[in-house]
Write a protein that binds this ligand. Sequence first.
Ligand SMILES: Nc1nc2c(ncn2[C@@H]2O[C@H](COP(=O)(O)OP(=O)(O)OP(=O)(O)O)[C@@H](O)[C@H]2O)c(=O)[nH]1
Ligand SMILES: [K+]
Ligand SMILES: [Mg+2]
Length: 443
Amino acid sequence: MHPRDQTIFALSSGRPPSAIAMVRVSGPQAGPLLSALGGKVPPARAATRALLRDVGQQPIDDAVVVWFPGPASATGEDVAEFHVHGGRAVLAALFAALAGFENVRTADPGEFTRRAFENGKLDLTEAEGLDDLIHADTDRQRRQALRQLKGLLGDRARDWRARIIEASALIEAGIDFSDEGDVPAELIAPAMAKIKTLLAEIQEVLAAQGQSERLRDGLVVAIAGPPNVGKSTLMNQLARREVAIVSPHAGTTRDVIEVQLDLDGYPVTVIDTAGIRETDDPVEQEGVRRARARAADADLVLWLADSPQARMEQQGAAPVWLVRNKIDIAAPGRPMAQGQGKAGFEISASRGDGLPELIAALVGFAQDYFGGNEGGLIGRTRQRKLLEETAASLRRSIGVVGEGEELAAEELRTAAHSLGRLLGRVDVEDILDVIFREFCVGK
Ligand SMILES: Nc1nc2c(ncn2[C@@H]2O[C@H](COP(=O)(O)OP(=O)(O)OP(=O)(O)O)[C@@H](O)[C@H]2O)c(=O)[nH]1
Ligand SMILES: [K+]
Ligand SMILES: [Mg+2]
């Protein structure tokens, strides 16, 4: 039997032990498994109490089961849910009982969603939204993922694709029905007008997007600077816990240390690095090399220093903010040298002075970085790339239509194909369907 036709099961709730655990089953054996383990197939979509027993009639657990006959289920197949007590031994016994049946196996990662997608329950953008929702750490990520899951982008893409196919059917019909290959302008003009309108709509979505697909990956802020200036102390303050070792010994931090922060709903990764200096110690040299590399890849560098004469080092293309630390012991004195046109900050990482201002500035930076808008439909680079490809093909079709309708039609097919890939449905038959439906009646 093909793996696709087998019945799959998996623990769908969190790691055991837990009060309740939910094991989900999907596939043709879901119903037979319910009756084999629970004694009967319960009424559909109603939580039903069942004493589960294994093949030897030994009790497994007192459970609640739910039966979702397909296709009106999450995956489109027959689905059974077993809500059991979330102990490791209970789950082990249930898994053993399930796996004992023929053509029943544990699910691969994402396989329930994959089946839902294959059964047309979700398009690819919605599946991506579901994945993002499960992995969302911050509130803004959650809202963005929910927009994807609700299929807002998918709905637009389906509509655009249908309209492209319509326009291309008009042109192709013109080509097929014209005598010497010259397609009457009455057919081409309305088709191209449709294309121009929808190109404008796609461009609007691409432009309104700002940076919001960055929400998935987060913003990386590197703390860098000379040894012993208080980088790890600042890191611990931002993380509100002791993630990095702090000591008066210069060269304490060697590895790159990361923490994930939720900064006003924005996902921010802060990294603490080794103090940058010339050194003979090969271990510290490696630390310095990693520090430079990570700072060069960061989206923002906080260059920490503890003297007014501090000179900062630019790493990569990211903006660098000069942050003077230890103002509690140094005389306030002269303001620090200003770097890259950015205002310097003055803080005491150990005492907390100046930290609210620094954090407020980081939130402001995050707002700019993420585009601050809630209306973004695009959640991933994959989606943006395919929409850009679609727009480019549409522009080319408008450009080449004067040179030949076949060229324009070919570009439209490419555009529809890009949108099909966005949705995870690539199906050239659609174009033929429209042509035959609209132009071949009675043949
Ligand atoms: N007075 C004062 N001391 C500080 C402040 N911040 C850090 N220190 C002290 O400075 C020393 C070095 O701090 P760290 O946080 O380890 O400095 P670092 O830059 O991570 O050092 P390396 O990892 O070795 O490069 C420690 O003794 C801290 O207690 C501050 O704001 N004021
Ligand atoms: K130190
Ligand atoms: Mg350190």
